[in-house]
Design a protein around this ligand. Sequence first.
Ligand SMILES: [Zn+2]
Length: 544
Amino acid sequence: MELIVEDAEFVTMAAGAGAAQAMLVRDGRIAVMGPAEAVRAAASPGARVARLDGATVIPGLIDAHCHVCDVGYLAAAADCSQPSAPDIPAIQARMREAAGRTPEGSWVTGGGYVEYKLREGRHPTRADLDQAVPHRPAVVYHTSLHACVLNTAALREAGFADGQPDPPGGAFGRDREGRLDGVVFEGPMFGLFERNLRHDLARMGAAQAARVVEMAGQRLAAFGVTAACEADMRRDSFGAFAEADANGLLSQRIYGLVVHDQVDWLLGAGPAQGAQEILRGRLSGRLAAEAVKIWADGGMSSRTAAIHGSYPVPPYGSGILYFERDQLTEMVRAFDARSFQVCIHAQGDRAIETVLDAYAAVLAGTAGNPRRHRIEHGGAMYPPLAARAAALGIVVASQPGFMSTLGDGFAAAFGDRRDELYAFGSWRRAGITVAGSSDAPVITADPLLGIRDAILRRTGDGLVLGPAERLAARDALELYTTQAAFAMHREGDIGSLEPGKLADFVVLDRSPLRADPERIADIQILATVLDGTPVYQSESVLAD
Ligand SMILES: [Zn+2]
């Protein structure tokens, strides 16, 4: 099986590589890159030829921190997005329809609405949902996943009552009389989402659960994503990925960050799918789980990230630190001793300091950071902390796309330190490996939006956060290719287009390196290719 790709601009991201006008793919790997004549000469007589008409080919994009299973769960919910559901009656109709196919005992679920895009210009309410689904719990998630709307039955089941004050890290929408109007913001929303997801996965058969992660993969493939770290791998989601992999339904290489308290389950009694080997190596070319996920603190948007000092905005306070330094150190030490890569969610400077203390203690006497222990997010990793992280060789998986989507909230919460948040420019200059990621479904999984934001650093309101931290286009693309591949121990196979590597690539209508940065998010994905085989095509650019 050979494929010649030619008449394209190749952005190889390979260090020191010369220009290539063509690429030969053989048995799922890149065999030759170079001038068209050389590639043709190396190909067998029967090789298929794809002429791309001047399109751009880049390495498959890698999302180093994505909640893939959650993306699929939302993709499987009733589509309440705009313009597909232009007004509240349309959402009601979708929810009525979803009620008919949702098994009893599960909440009728919809997702994707944006209140200001609805004809009514407001959130749907509990009363709106009660009209559509009167007798059982129903929820519609906002596209940002920072809000959702519950009907009366769902409010009751969630234990939310009219007289109740706003919960920590969140808020309830209320009507004029002060009664809950069904809208739930932030903190309690995440809890609900998580609970419903776990509950529904537990009730699904293997094929249905596999379908959830298959749908996530289709969404990601349409964004040009060929590999993703599942940032929240658990027993149930792992089963879904393994089932999908066994049936050839994965559209990405999935690298699992296993939630720390589920590791022993995977190592021990384990499922039949060979979990013992998975945690000690690779299950397949498309599914592995070699890392452990630990949460050190809360989030930036909910202002629960653990910081020095306190927030000037609700809920005030200094955030939440889940583990003391010694406890965290012992956890890291134990996982490190068992050969695991450790990935710790840390957003606030106080949490990042604690994590660096733990890593420093565990890595003392070791040359560098051989297991590539990571910090996830690293929002408030200010210069002295970044210098420590660089000296320890810590890898950071971060989210440039937060700039345009959540940046104004960060600016409000961090005041005069706002320019030092997500300081990608300083981090790279300090020598830190920074892997690009989305944290989807918190924001869209579209890496082009992240690349644009890494270059522009502009918030939704037009504020530029840390102009000195802006990256050049090539550096921004590195986050989602070579750097992310390193963050998941796969730089030998993916992240750049070079002979010997896997043929994971994306065909774009324009080069992100030459496009106006303002227009990068508008670049069209023409095809996404994994192992030399398209997993997504917008037009049949690679077909015979
Ligand atoms: Zn996350």
